[in-house]
Design a protein around this ligand. Sequence first.
Ligand code: ISL
Ligand code: CA
Length: 531
Amino acid sequence: MGLNRDLVVYQIYPRSFKDNNSDGIGDILGIISKLDYIKSLGVDVLWLSPVYKSPNDDNGYDISDYKAINPEFGSMKDMDKLISEASLRGIKIIMDLVINHTSDEHEWFKKSVLGDPKYKDYYIWKDKPNNWTSFFGGKAWDQVNGKYYLHLFSKKQPDLNWHNSDVMNDIQDVMKFWLDKGIYGFRCDVINIIFKTSLENGKKRFVLTGKEHYHQQEGMHEILKRLRTEVLDKYNTFTVGETVMVTPSQANDLILPFRNELDMIFSFAHMEIDQINNKWFKTKFKPKKLFDCLSRWQEEVYWNANYFENHDQPRSVSRFGNDVEYHIESAKLLATLLFGLKGTPYIYQGQEIGMTNGYFVDMSEFKDTETHQIYKLGKKLGIPKKIRFKMMQKTSRDNARTPMQWNHNGGFTSGNPWLKQNPNCAHINVLEQESKPDSILNYYRKLIQLRKKYHVFRYGSFEAILKTKTTFMFKRSNDTHDLYVICHFSNKSKKINHVFEGDILISNLPKKVYDNVLSPYEARIYIKEKK
Ligand code: ISL
Ligand code: CA
């Protein structure tokens, strides 16, 4: 089966989506209770962040049993029910495949520590650590029983040794287990760093010393080809890789059909445009940088996985829009851009109602391991407490993980939510937006329908037409239609010199006349039929 370009994907972070048993933690039965809502959006695929057994050092991205469900989320019976209930509604499910590392509480690691002959080389052990640093800041090695093991993430996430063929066999077995249950495929976590070519010291860098030894290695391509031909191709599947620090040409190396690796990848390029100097303590959003970055990826990459949010990123309306004065306009503007681009659109839970960053007033309210590790690292770098806290308010991954806002009281749980609910659920919630035809939620629904209706959204070519400091205009074309997408990222109106062609297909501001003046955060799509 080749790439399916028609799909729209909705990401669920199970912990924060819907709690069914009042323990404050989202669960699988909660997701099942909202399947009709998900169906009503018009999406085709659900991507579930990890639901496997895990001690939750990194909220499920530290897996202790790939074939078991985390009891907090429910049972395997619940999971089977979710797969079948989703399928009844024509919704396919993809799961997170986290195979760079496991939890240190996984049986494989426990046996590896004890020197069990089968498992001793399942992980990456050394008598003396090298100088590599981890994604969460600080050193990438920790010690157990006098030996050091590599962890590119937290110390409870030891990296698997992909030089070991038993690791390959066991992971293939895990993939088959889930595909046999009717799973449609996988979102492959940090997949382009899984193969460590050597363990030599790395060139000293501000972030990720050592990366030249494991980033985008030939060994990784070989692993992906094997997973594809030996497992995935035996089923009808869908794969999207999460790939850090890739260029467009590296992206193509992972996704071009003849390569037989992945269907598409998540790139971080557009998530880096607002980061300056160093990753964590200074950000500034300049819209033009976003336009340039998106255009480049549209032009150079075979097929994009388009997203503005996920469970690791702050909320897009707070980051690229204006979540105060122009909350509705800018949320819809971002939606227009997302669906206007060529590629597969991904919506992250809550994005469809314009959920904003969390309301955190103290470090103790953050639960994310990365947030605390970076906060501590900042102290070592001599960054004042106040600045560090402000930065965490802006960039913490917990901004995306606050409970889904179902109604005026939250509606996520009748217990105590595991992470602070944003009090703005009082006015930003699903219930209220269901009842308003012109809500952000109904705007997303409209865009999804338009994408389904017009071939040009899915298959049309891309051409950038205008990129100014605040305004982005591009054209999508096929044999029958031209689409013109116009996005204006500013608090101020702006007159542009342009003669618009075609008829308004959708716009985030109902206007009497669509003239040359773009209002704050205005977005329009024009459509023109070809004669
Ligand atoms: O989230 C980040 C920046 O805030 C990244 O450093 C992130 O950790 C990286 O993109 C990898 O993400 C994935 O793997 C991690 C996990 O913590 C993330 O939630 C996951 O999306 C380790 O499994
Ligand atoms: Ca629960």
